[in-house]
Design a protein around this ligand. Structure first.
Ligand SMILES: *Cc1c(COP(=O)(O)O)cnc(C)c1O
Length: 370
């Protein structure tokens, strides 16, 4: 059977999301085009104010991507050669990549098997004399528990940083010194290209990030006192993101309703559901299926026009580029992360995904898992 394009259920549908905003988005792009200001102008400043206000932070600093937000936040924490940064082995590669880019080593701690967020006790056990920072990840739109980590970091004078690329607007995010966001198009607030931000309640950290993103320039705009880079968010992305930001809260409600819809429809099926969480923002809805059946299930769903994805097929400690960096990083060392990598299956979730589509996905899964 061939699936018509109209019958396909994509993982995420950005055209659908943008359709009602099209005229506003086009006007914003036109405004920037005609302004002659393309870098660090009024759109970026306004977006930063509006973002900080919407998310309840003292400051937001726009940067070029979620990856560069991580890099800048780690730089502000003073992470450099010889340092260790404790983090999760179950995340997008950028989390660990940013650490390695600065000459430091990621030191991994296994995840909570239910949520696949980092297990605070495991993380605290990996803090050592070389630990410079702890980088928590709020995975799939769910806040990672930070209270114990914050206490441990405060006690030892270690920075607590948060990768919230998938978790914009989740209550409980922001106990650390800096929170990073990504505006990659498929994130809950996505641009029409790359972008990111660092959120902080510490004005000094905000100033430092503003300097780093612009080649480490000082407040006098003349002297370069520290090594930075070009991590700037551009005016066009900022203007487009300003159109989308007011819609974020409604989109988050829609994601929560879809997550509830999945829980209702899938609760009796032989698969593992992510624990319900009313405050999560559900960037992904990731179920667990028996490892030996997962790939066949994906193909069967694809044949019925239902797109799925695997986040993440290889845990970070087993990625070739990272594997040699943590001595405790052999296969089997982080069993919960490795098991999640074998069993995870991300189902479609996006504002506008209809009840009929949810019914179809649930019916297909029920038949295939019977
Ligand atoms: C998307 C993502 C990033 C990277 O963001 P980019 O904007 O693509 O650079 C980092 N960490 C996590 C957890 C992500 O999901």
């Amino acid at each position: 059977m061939r699936i018509n394009e109209v019958d396909r259920i994509p993982l995420v549908d950005l055209e659908l999301l943008h359709a009602p905003l099209h005229a506003q988005l086009a006007a914003a792009a036109e405004r920037v085009l005609r302004s002659g200001r393309y870098i660090l102008g009024p759109e970026v400043s306004a977006f930063e104010r509006e973002l900080a206000e919407a998310l309840g932070f003292a400051a937001a600093v726009g940067v070029s991507s979620g990856t560069d937000a991580l890099l800048a936040a780690l730089m502000v924490a003073g992470v450099g050669p010889g340092d260790e940064v404790v983090t999760t082995p179950y995340s997008f590669v950028a989390t660990a990549e940013a650490i390695v880019r600065l000459g430091a080593r990621p030191v991994f701690a296994d995840v909570d098997p239910a949520t696949t967020n980092m297990d605070p006790d495991a993380a605290i056990r990996r803090i050592g004399p070389r630990t410079r920072a702890l980088l928590a990840v709020h995975l799939f739109g769910r806040a990672a528990p930070l209270d114990a980590l914050r206490a441990a970091c405060c006690q030892r004078g270690i920075a607590l940083l948060e990768d919230a690329a998938q978790s914009i607007g989740v209550p409980g995010v922001g106990l650390g010194e800096a929170v990073t966001l990504s505006f990659f198009p498929s994130k809950n607030l996505g641009g029409m290209g790359d972008g990111g931000a660092v959120l902080t309640n510490d004005p000094q950290i905000a100033d430092r990030i503003r300097s780093l993103r612009n080649h480490g320039v000082g407040a006098d705009k003349l002297r370069h006192e520290r090594l930075g880079g070009n991590f700037r968010l551009d005016e066009l992305q900022a203007a487009l993101l300003r159109v989308k930001l007011p819609a974020l809260a409604g989109w988050t409600d829609a994601r929560r309703a879809i997550a509830r819809g999945y829980h209702q429809r899938l609760q009796h099926l032989p698969l593992g559901l992510p624990p319900p969480d009313d405050s999560a923002v559900w960037n992904q809805f990731v179920v667990r299926v028996p490892a030996e059946r997962r790939d066949a299930l994906r193909s069967d769903l694809a044949r019925q026009g239902i797109d799925t994805a695997v986040y993440y097929p290889i845990p970070l400690h087993l990625q070739p580029v990272l594997a040699d960096l943590d001595p405790a990083a052999a296969p089997g060392d982080f069993p919960y992360a490795e098991r999640a990598a074998r069993e995870s299956l991300a189902l479609p979730i996006f504002p506008g995904l209809s009840d009929a589509a949810l019914d179809r996905i649930a019916t297909a899964l029920a038949a295939l898992l019977a």
